[in-house]
Design a protein around this ligand. Structure first.
Ligand code: AMP
Length: 177
């Protein structure tokens, strides 16, 4: 009897040097998304880190939608999108956060979460941690609490998790370049 070789998620991430600008090693998840077994394995591995009694999975635009929605489906938990400004149609709550140059804004629907809700934040990649830290604040401003942050990839050398305080944080793959 032959057993299928285990899927190594790392084999489905490709690094594109100098994208979108010189000096950035862009981690491209397209090969992972394109392979049904790898995408499914990735979602299952994220699910291992889901705490119990979660009311919502909060996904960050845009690649956080892909993994967040897949995880929400697998675990039968609802999905809440965090979007760039001007995209959400109903009343929103916004947060501005610092980028390397300038600031950016993220928004959530005000009625997306209730006081006391326990949520999991999902994104494809943790770099400096600015995006995830802003998302934690946004969720907390609605009275909900973040039980965990889940990422497919973490760039360890940028120490992004240090911006996430005591929030339990799990990443499936770690890179140092
Ligand atoms: P940060 O706020 O610095 O943690 O950046 C995280 C966000 O930027 C995530 O939503 C990622 O999709 C994106 N990102 C940052 N650096 C990279 C990279 N090297 N490759 C791919 N995406 C990245």
């Amino acid at each position: 009897m032959t057993t299928k070789p285990a899927i190594r998620l790392r084999d489905y991430i490709r690094t594109i040097p100098d994208f979108p600008k010189a000096g950035i090693n862009f981690k491209d998840i397209s090969p992972l998304l394109a392979n049904g077994e790898a995408f499914s394995e990735c979602t299952s591995e994220l699910a291992v880190h889901m705490p119990e009694h979660i009311d919502a999975i909060v996904g960050i635009e845009s690649r956080g939608f892909l993994f967040g929605a897949a995880l929400a489906q697998l675990t039968s938990v609802g999905f809440v999108p965090i979007r760039k400004p001007g995209k959400l149609p109903a009343a929103t709550h916004a947060i501005a956060y610092e980028l390397e140059y300038g600031t950016d804004i993220l928004e959530i629907h005000r009625d997306a979460l209730n006081h006391g809700h326990s949520v999991v934040i999902v994104d494809d990649l943790l770099a400096t941690g600015g995006t995830a830290a802003a998302t934690i604040k946004l969720v907390e401003q609605l009275g909900a609490k973040v039980a965990a942050c889940l990422f497919v990839i973490e760039l360890d050398f940028l120490h992004g998790r240090s911006k996430l305080g005591n929030t339990p944080t799990f990443s499936l793959l770690h890179y140092n370049d």
